[in-house]
Design a protein around this ligand. Structure first.
Ligand SMILES: *Cc1c(COP(=O)(O)O)cnc(C)c1O
Length: 427
């Protein structure tokens, strides 16, 4: 890509990719191979010792995955990225790189339900504790921090609540306490919000959602902002202390502002193993090429749908930050001026039963547990994605019994509204 300072849409199509050097193939090939032949024994030794970068084995890296990683890093403005099998795998590896048993991190309460489960249950087996804070109150994060706290974690745009977070204010709290801020940017995508520009240090994504965009491939990625000093406090030994796995190499010293991405790859992914398949990396890479077009259409459609639903007499409330009267509108304008995204929640006047009937009556919308597909999707979080949570947790995560979540697709907006109308009429 010869262009200087390419724009976002140019990066979405080109970043990280070049015609294949051996065949001239213009699209990035799917390097469907487990392993790569070494030039000679010295080359093999240099690769294994991290003295030289190169492909060894697809669990650790692969050329198709590498293009995906470079592209997402470019779109987020990071120094490097690591693509893995799912969003949850990205979260696991991000924390694996900075946590040790007995340490904790502070996370926003209103997260994706799967993340609340992962942090509150699975991570306990690693001896990693989570403490919860209210994303709308940055000072509340500060109150949860103690001597064992390693990081703060938020979503830029919360799933399913659809609310934007004051990323810079939370980053300021983290940095005053010498901690990195990790931001899950899945719901917004870098087209709408780039958290690294607002003080975040690490960005993670479920690529399964808007980046892939077509509801056909699982993937996740973590992006290294290159901003955090992992050696200053001595509390991140994986980065700041000699590693026995690599003959005493100190990763932060050796790799500087992309040491976090390297550590997540050569210590986390290498040993824990959640690699993304080259095929899925290819599918997601293809999806990313149209991210700017899709995300704008998603947002425009969602804004029109939210406005229409707000005027319907069977709807109790609409929670969409893109509506001027929404309490979250000022933060949306500040962080996401191109639009408020595709996903939001509504409440039906008839409560739980009306919500269920409404979901079942929809025909164009698919009733399923995903977001960020080209197709319009709908779910009742309290009985599905947020079912494992207590009712208090459900309410604080924006997933109470009356809540229905929409992920508005890129179909003609008139058809989307017509489908909502026919189902509401039948309640
Ligand atoms: C889906 C999702 C995840 C988890 O990603 P998977 O790819 O399903 O593992 C994490 N965070 C958010 C906000 C999500 O929507």
């Amino acid at each position: 890509m010869a262009t200087q300072n390419p724009g976002f849409s140019t990066l979405a199509v080109h970043a990280g990719a070049a015609p294949d050097p051996t065949t001239g193939a213009r699209a990035t090939p799917i390097y469907q191979t487990t392993s790569f032949v070494f030039n000679d024994a010295d080359h093999a030794a240099a690769l294994f010792g991290l003295q030289q970068f190169g492909n060894i084995y697809t669990r650790i890296m692969n050329p198709t995955q590498a293009v995906l990683e470079e592209r997402v890093a470019a779109l987020e403005g990071g120094t490097a990225a690591l693509a893995v099998a799912s969003g949850h795998a990205a979260q696991m590896l991000a924390f694996h790189t900075i946590m040790t048993p007995g340490r904790n991190f502070v996370a926003a309460r209103g997260l994706y339900g799967g993340s609340i489960n992962q942090f509150g249950h699975a991570f306990q087996n690693f001896g990693w504790q989570v403490r919860w804070a209210d994303a709308a109150d940055p000072a509340g994060f500060d109150a949860q921090i103690d001597d064992n706290t390693q990081a703060i974690f938020i979503e830029s745009l919360a799933n399913p609540g659809g609310t934007f977070v004051d990323i810079q204010a939370v980053a300021d709290v983290a940095h005053r306490r010498g901690l990195p801020l990790i931001v899950d940017n899945t719901m917004a995508s870098p087209y709408l919000v780039r958290p690294l520009e607002h003080g975040a240090d690490i960005v993670i994504h479920s690529l399964t959602k808007f980046l892939g965009g077509h509801g056909n491939s699982m993937g996740g990625v973590l992006v290294d902002g290159g901003t955090f000093d992992w050696s200053a406090s001595g509390r991140y030994p994986m980065l700041s202390e000699p590693r026995p796995e690599y003959a005493g190499l100190v990763l932060h010293q050796t790799f500087g502002n992309f040491a976090f991405a390297i550590a997540a790859r050569v210590l986390g992914l290498r040993d824990l193993g959640p690699a993304i398949s080259p095929f899925n990396a290819f599918m997601i890479l293809t999806g990313i090429e149209t991210l700017p077009l899709r995300m704008q259409k998603h947002s425009d459609n969602a804004a029109a749908v939210a406005r229409w639903l707000k005027g319907h007499d069977k709807i109790a409330w609409v929670n969409y930050a893109g509506l001027e009267e929404d309490p979250n509108h000022a933060l949306q304008q500040q962080y996401s001026p191109n639009g408020a995204g595709s996903v939001f929640t509504i409440g039906l006047k008839g409560g739980y039963e009306a919500g269920k009937g409404f979901v079942e009556g929809l025909k164009l919308f698919s009733h399923l547990a995903n977001i960020g597909d080209t197709r319009s999707l709908v779910i009742h979080p309290a009985s599905t994605t947020h079912r494992q949570l207590t009712s208090d947790q459900q309410v604080s995560a924006g997933a109470g019994p009356d809540v229905v979540r929409l992920s508005v697709g890129i179909e003609d907006v008139a058809d989307i509204i017509a489908d909502l109308q026919q189902s509401l009429e039948r309640i």
